[in-house]
Write a protein that binds this ligand. Structure first.
Ligand code: PGA
Length: 253
């Protein structure tokens, strides 16, 4: 049985002080929680503060991005080792905003996945089609390419331990979440491909989160789907109470 994983992607929001207050409050709300993995992804500047506040709580910390390089003359970049050192144990990779606004390719995402695993970080690999691709009937083909190229060269064991976030681009920040039927189709498809490409154990172990306008009032219908193993939450994760309601919703699994 896969434990659902619910992650807060804060994007470019929150100072260190705001991060501290949030993680302290969430930490007291989720004290003793089990049966759901809780992750908070602050900006780089608040990673250490958030990780220290999360100590002795069930909250894990993620970075939102990472360099594929180990170290060197890469002004403005942050390495896997640095993220790990700041207290993160997860890293979000290939978010659609990174792909669209910063030109990240499947090949680069793949290099980042390998670098994250080498540093013993759990990658949260984001995939998802644009509205144009969905309207053209190309959703599953796009997912195939992103999953195949993004996970290229990984062992079955590595795939079993990572997290994929299916985030239809048209559902991100739009208030328009995928219907349970649409999410079900995409998640099932990804799981089938994982089985074909990496085997039974990899497909069974890998958690597939849904992301894109997840709110307290739609988490229930999404988490009820057999191949939806949690959520990656943007806007609705910025307030502690609504993120907490989503965590509770995921516990209903
Ligand atoms: P949203 O963002 O919940 O605001 O749609 C999700 C994401 O980008 O991960």
């Amino acid at each position: 049985m896969r434990i659902p994983v619910v992650a807060a992607n804060w994007k470019m929001f929150k100072t260190t002080h705001e991060a501290l207050a949030y993680v302290r409050e969430l930490g007291s709300l989720v004290k003793g929680f089990s049966g759901v993995e809780i992750v908070v992804a602050p900006p780089f500047t608040a990673l250490l503060t958030a990780a220290e506040a999360a100590r002795n709580t069930p909250i894990g910390i993620a970075a939102q991005n990472m360099s594929a390089e180990k170290e060197g003359a890469f002004t403005g970049e942050v390495s896997a080792t640095m993220i790990k050192d700041a207290g993160a144990t997860y890293v979000i990779l290939g978010h659609s905003e990174r792909r669209k606004l910063f030109g990240e390719t499947d090949e680069l995402v793949n290099r980042k996945v390998h670098a994250a695993l080498a540093a013993e970080l759990v990658p949260i690999v984001c995939v998802g089609e644009t509205l144009e691709e969905r309207d053209a009937g190309r959703t599953l083909e796009v997912l195939d390419r992103q999953v195949r190229d993004g996970l290229a060269g990984l062992s079955a064991e590595q795939v079993a331990g990572l997290i994929i976030a299916y985030e239809p681009v048209w559902a991100i920040g739009t208030g328009r979440n995928a219907t349970p039927e649409q999410a079900d189709e995409a998640h099932r498809h990804i799981r089938t491909r994982l089985r074909e490409w990496f085997g039974e154990a990899a497909a069974d172990g890998c958690r597939i989160q849904y992301g894109g306008s997840v709110k307290p009032d739609n988490i229930g219908a999404l988490i009820a789907l057999p191949d939806v193993d949690g959520a990656l939450v943007g806007g609705a994760s910025l307030q502690v109470n609504s993120f907490f309601d989503i965590i509770r919703g995921a516990l209903a699994r």
